[in-house]
Design a protein around this ligand. Sequence first.
Ligand SMILES: [Zn+2]
Ligand SMILES: [Zn+2]
Length: 156
Amino acid sequence: MNAVNKDVQLFKNHLVQKRLKLTRQRETILEAFLKTDHITAEELYRKLSGRKQGRRLALATIYRTLNLLCEIGIGQQRHFDDNKTIYDNVLHKKHHDHLICNKCDKIIEFESPAIERLQEEMATRHGFTLHHHRLELYGHCIDWENCRDRQRAAPR
Ligand SMILES: [Zn+2]
Ligand SMILES: [Zn+2]
């Protein structure tokens, strides 16, 4: 079984538990989601509505399916500065933090053992036990031309 089939199987098992079926639509959404890194429901909708489909996918179906993916841990909801819900494909990712461009919405993932350690130290120093954390750093791309190109390519 290759990696993608295994992911589909994981999703299928979860759907069975929920007494839901792996419909063609849900499978299409899963496959598209697994090819992305971070995506909103609207972006996924635009991506899929351009394709030839037997039936058109409803935005509500995409939302529901993305939320199912979050329930099994394939996806994670993120709410960055502008409060849009972004779905992070975390299937093959460990804990990571984010750098977010406020101009073009680019999202960069990073993991720094030094920062992780400092956060633990800070918590301990204040008599606190950390369960989890979210670190989001906001700014804009240094490569300004590229950043503007992205803005033009994907207007809000
Ligand atoms: Zn991420
Ligand atoms: Zn940018």
